[in-house]
Ligand binder design. Structure first.
Ligand code: G3P
Ligand code: CA
Length: 286
């Protein structure tokens, strides 16, 4: 089974014949630029990433905007619920200056504006942070952007959103997101089998989860046997990336995706040679 998302062209490392699994820019080039802004997405493309990931909410007036939190306080410095605001109100906020003066003036982008940055052959992972009410507008935005099949991937922690997305647009690639939790009695949950049950029920094409010790060879075998994809976040160092690439992850989402891809691609036997010093300690999990 291919490790890559069906319907998209895989972009190999520059200068090598060996293909690498996709490295995806988490909230854009989030280490270098204010997350979920056009500046962050454009910078990620310049850095050579295979795809971008962004977070999306529906505004009071039915527009889809790119922002992680349901509230604007953290990135705009002013509290307010995104769902209670209009696009025009949200556009007045500065979501760049918290990251530094060079970014002052950055605005909350719409989904359409984010899609317009996506080059041919590259991918956009659209994480829906609200409920299924966003889907009609989302499908319209995808159609308006002229996205090719497989270029846009929808993701949500809410299996209802995935189920409804697949019902409305069966050819749209959709991933269910989940977090692992460990209990003294239960061990790590959900298990691969439990994840698979949710994927089958919702019609999801795969799972998105944290790069976690629970993602091991038996976990991968269970998902692969059912022809489901496995996408992992957030991987910001080379040893962790190698570990999960060797396990056969379909993509790795990173806050420093351009750097990570460059490191992986620059290795003689990439992927997988254990001779690359990490520039940051493992375990970065934003
Ligand atoms: O790719 C999924 C990942 O982005 C989920 O975590 O909190 O960064 O949206 P979060
Ligand atoms: Ca996200």
């Amino acid at each position: 089974m291919s490790r890559y998302i069906a319907g998209t062209e895989h972009i190999p490392c520059v200068g090598t014949a060996r293909a690498m699994p996709a490295v995806i820019a988490h909230r854009g080039a989030a280490d270098d630029a204010p997350e979920n802004t056009l500046a962050a997405f454009r910078l990620a493309w310049q850095q050579g990433v295979d795809g971008i990931e962004g977070d999306f909410h529906l505004t009071r007036d039915g527009e889809i905007v790119c922002i992680h939190d349901a509230d604007t306080r953290r990135t705009a410095g002013r509290a307010g619920k995104v769902a209670d605001a209009t696009l025009a109100e949200l556009r007045q906020l500065d979501v760049g200056c918290w990251k530094g003066e060079p970014w002052r003036g950055a605005r909350i982008p719409t989904l359409g504006e984010v899609l317009a940055t996506v080059p041919a052959g590259k991918r956009v992972f659209i994480e829906i942070k609200c409920g299924p009410e966003i889907l009609p507008a989302l499908i319209a935005a995808l159609a308006g952007a002229g996205m090719q099949p497989g270029q846009a991937i929808v993701m949500s922690f809410d299996a209802r959103v995935i189920g409804e997305a697949k019902r409305l647009l069966p050819q749209l690639k959709a991933l269910w997101l989940t977090e692992f939790k460990a209990g003294p009695e239960t061990g790590v949950r959900p298990t691969a089998t439990e994840i698979l049950q949710t994927l089958e029920k919702s019609g999801a094409d795969g799972v998105g989860c944290r790069a976690h010790p629970a993602v091991d060879p038996p976990f991968m075998r269970t998902l692969r046997a059912a022809r489901k994809e496995v996408h992992l976040w957030t991987v910001d160092d080379v040893p962790t990336a190698k570990r999960y690439l060797q396990l056969g992850a379909d993509s790795l989402t990173s806050n420093r995706a351009g750097w990570l891809k460059q490191q992986l691609c620059s290795e003689p036997g990439a992927p997988g040679l254990p001779n690359q010093a990490p520039k940051r300690a493992s375990g970065h999990t934003r």
